[in-house]
Each structure stands twice: as C-alpha cells, then as structure tokens.
Design a protein around this ligand. Structure first.
Ligand code: SF4
Length: 246
C-alpha cells in the first residue's frame, strides 16, 4: 500500500497582549499543530483554542468571508483568517492584530468603533430626496447597469483590512480610509441620494479624506472583496481637482 504523505507540522506564532490586564506584556507565543486537509487559519485558531489555549482571543462570526470579523495580520499582511488556507503559507506563520483599531486582546480588535466614527463623519446612509423618506421608493426601478455599479461598491464588509494596510491611516487618526472614500463613491452615484457633489466634496476634501491618500495602493491590494479602491479614490480626486476643489 502506498504511504500517504505526512501532514505538515505548523508553528503558529501569535502576538499576545491583553490591554485590560496590567500584568500583561506584549509577547509572541508559538503553538504547534498538525495541518489538516483544507485547513483555514480560522480552523487552526479554533483548534488551538479548543485543545491548547482557551485564553486565546480572536473574532469570527460567519466563517465565510462575509462578516469581516476575522481580519488580522497574517505574516504581516492584513487579511481574513477564514479565507486563508494554511497550505498557501509556509510552516511558520505569524499572526498579529490589525493595527489602527483599538485592541481588545490578542488578535481581537474593535473595528466597529472605528467604522461607526467614520460612518457618522461621512453620513454613510441614504439621504432621500423627499423630506419624509418613502420606503416604497427604496425599491424603485433602477437601470440594471447603475444597480450593478452600486452593488459593486456595496460589497464592502467593513473588515478593516484596507485601513490596517494604509500608511496614511497610521499617521492621521481621523483619516477616513479607503473604506470611507468607497462609501462616498457609492452614494455619489445613487440617484436616490439628494446630496450634491459639493456636499460630498465638503466631507472628503481635506487631508483626512481624499487628499490624505498617498496612493500607496495597499488598500486595493489587500481588500478581500477585490473592490476597486485605488481606482475610486483616483477618480474622486480627479473630479475634485477638475472643478477647482482645494
Ligand atoms: S473596502 Fe475592502 S478591505 Fe476595506 S473594509 Fe471594505 S471589504 Fe474590507
């Protein structure tokens, strides 16, 4: 009988730190596990937590790349643990929490607080043209091409990977990030929203918005939903420059 190849042994090093515990100091902790077929990093972390260390903190909800909860730095790159197969990585893997966001503990960060602040600043909700929104009109017919364009930009799951990979977000606390600029691009093309271009430009026309972007394109590279982030930012910037916005 032909021998099956042995499963790989993985060394997963995790940056551990609990900011709630005054005794806690940041440190790397390494866990050894055996790789299983089609193992994702999320499954590996679950196994570590179940069999080796119940104190390990990380977030997940859907396990299918939809909720955006399991974003983390995997070998220095922000991405989703549930969408990362261990077979695509070497046998030594390093994990750290996403930077920029408030650390809850270990690999768990509070992206919700950051996203809420950005959302309130940019008012990332539909501003209906009527004073009293007619909910029936939300379902009004729209040209399929336009609906497709809006849908494309609406696929953001607010995972925070684009913010974690962004040089400006590390330097400017109030930078709205590619996620925020993408939302403005989305509402700008929605015919149901009453805001004008000037209203949008007022929201993003400074160094915490579109002019803070250094065009490093990391957001575009790391977005797990493959959103055209750099293209959208460049488009908004060109539009604003073309009308003399400074
Ligand atoms: S734009 Fe992409 S990377 Fe950024 S929060 Fe949305 S899904 Fe995540």
């Amino acid at each position: 009988m032909k021998n099956e190849p042995a499963n790989r042994k993985l060394k997963i090093s995790v940056l551990r730190f609990n900011p709630q515990d005054p005794e806690s100091v940041p440190r790397m902790q390494t866990y050894d596990i055996e790789e299983a077929e089609n193992m994702t990093l999320f499954i590996a972390l679950m196994e570590i937590r179940e069999k080796q260390d119940p104190s390990l903190q990380f977030d997940f909800v859907c396990r299918a790349g939809i909720c955006g909860s399991c974003g983390m730095m995997i070998n220095g790159r922000p991405t989703l643990a549930c969408r990362t197969l261990t077979k695509d990585l070497g046998t030594e893997i390093s994990l750290a929490p996403l930077p920029v966001f408030e650390l809850i503990g270990d690999l768990s960060v509070d992206t919700g607080k950051w996203m809420r602040g950005m959302s309130e600043r940019l008012e990332t909700w539909l501003h209906m043209k009527e004073r009293e929104p007619d909910l029936g009109r939300l379902e009004e017919r729209m040209e399929p091409e336009l609906a497709e364009k809006i849908y494309e930009l609406d696929r953001c799951i607010e995972c925070g990977c684009c913010v974690a990979g962004c040089g400006t977000a590390r330097m400017r606390e109030d930078f709205v990030g590619a996620v925020g600029l993408n939302k403005i691009a989305r509402f700008r093309i929605d015919p149901r929203d009453r805001r004008t271009d000037d209203d949008y430009y007022e929201l993003i026309g400074d160094d915490d918005g579109v002019f803070g972007c250094m065009s490093l394109i990391a957001c575009h590279d790391v977005c797990p939903k493959d959103l055209p982030l750099a293209t959208q930012i460049a488009f908004l910037r060109r539009k604003m420059v073309s009308v003399g916005w400074k």
